[in-house]
Design a protein around this ligand. Structure first.
Ligand SMILES: NC(=O)c1ccc[n+]([C@@H]2O[C@H](COP(=O)([O-])OP(=O)(O)OC[C@H]3O[C@@H](n4cnc5c(N)ncnc54)[C@H](O)[C@@H]3O)[C@@H](O)[C@H]2O)c1
Length: 293
């Protein structure tokens, strides 16, 4: 076992998502009778979260800009005995957002939970001065505007969900601190604000609105950047980067009746990274990592 301050670069034996890390085998079924719609859920955090909802009894509508990807994810849940539908939905388009909500209601007869997970992030433009207007607009419009459009379309249905209506926005630690990526970070910070204003607006209609702010999560978006993930793991206080199941656990908690008196919050799920200042700890010699010893 590593000593104090010794941070393993590989996922430690106690990490990696915990019980049900494969997204299967949950014995608690908090979402029997629920209908859940997720955006950007053809892969990554959205897909694993859809699987967790389905595993706990929900009927899920997996939407994604890439309709084939969404169909594959839904088929995989059905193959494991869950109830899942899919639909191509580009959250940049109001008509797509409205069609997705209508699809959920015609398939399931109701909509109880919306998870806004679709995002856009132009990671290949490191210099602020080089950021193009269309890149800026796309990151803001999909990451923040997409959640707005889908929430606007879903709100009447969520308000009719017998007090169990909930929206969970997928934000990011980028919305809380500097982790680079100007437009994406501004959009995620804006999503935190939308979470609070919409929570206040929708509370009287029995709808809760919360946000989960993940740290670095091992998803297909990181494919080919294993070195970056390994370096990131060294600075996370809990000694690893996150897994999609870590975020699915938080999203389903906030969507469930276990969180019945929680609304408007931002919940960092980030291995402790926003509680500390890695650069200062390193400067003071308080951060030991395997690569430094
Ligand atoms: N992976 C991380 O390290 C990390 C960290 C913090 C926050 N997040 C957030 O978690 C969420 C999911 O991230 P991920 O890494 O699982 O994503 P991902 O890249 O694995 O998948 C994103 C999905 O969104 C879809 N998508 C893209 N544009 C869309 C649009 N306009 N309309 C609908 N769908 C669209 C893509 O087709 C893709 O299937 C995002 O909101 C992201 O900002 C991720």
């Amino acid at each position: 076992m590593p000593g104090p301050g010794m941070i393993p670069a590989d996922p430690p034996p106690w990490g990696g998502g915990g019980p049900g890390a494969d997204g299967k085998g949950h014995t608690v079924r908090r979402f029997e009778g629920y209908a859940v719609m997720l955006t950007g859920a053809g892969r990554g955090i959205g897909e694993v979260t859809a699987r967790r909802f389905a595993d706990e009894g929900a009927r899920v509508l997996i939407t994604d800009q890439d309709g084939e990807r969404a169909a594959k994810a839904a088929a995989s849940i059905r193959a494991d005995g869950g109830e899942a539908e899919s639909l191509g939905c580009d959250v940049a388009r109001r008509a797509d957002a409205e069609a997705a909500v209508a699809h959920a209601v015609s398939s399931f007869g109701r909509l109880d939970v919306l998870v806004n997970s679709a995002h856009s992030c132009h990671v290949d433009t490191p210099l602020f001065e080089d950021q193009a207007d269309d890149e800026w607009q796309q990151d803001i419009d999909i990451t923040l505007g997409g959640a707005f459009r889908c929430s606007r379309a879903a709100l009447p249905q969520l308000a009719a969900a017998d007090g169990r209506g909930a929206i969970v926005n997928v934000g990011s630690v980028n919305g809380l601190q500097d982790f680079g990526n100007h437009a994406y970070s501004a959009a995620k910070a804006g999503l935190g604000s939308l979470t609070r204003t919409l929570a206040a607006h929708a509370a009287g209609r029995g709808v809760r609105v919360n946000l989960v702010a993940p740290g670095t999560i091992r998803t297909p978006g990181w494919d080919g950047r294993e070195d970056t993930l390994r370096r990131a793991a060294e600075v996370y206080p809990l000694g690893r980067v996150g897994e999609p199941t870590d975020i699915a656990a938080a999203i389903t908690f906030l969507a469930s009746s276990d969180a019945a008196w929680i609304t408007g919050i931002t919940l960092p799920v980030d291995g402790g990274i926003t509680t500390t200042n890695v650069a200062v700890r390193r400067a003071f010699g308080h951060l030991e990592t395997p690569s430094e010893t």
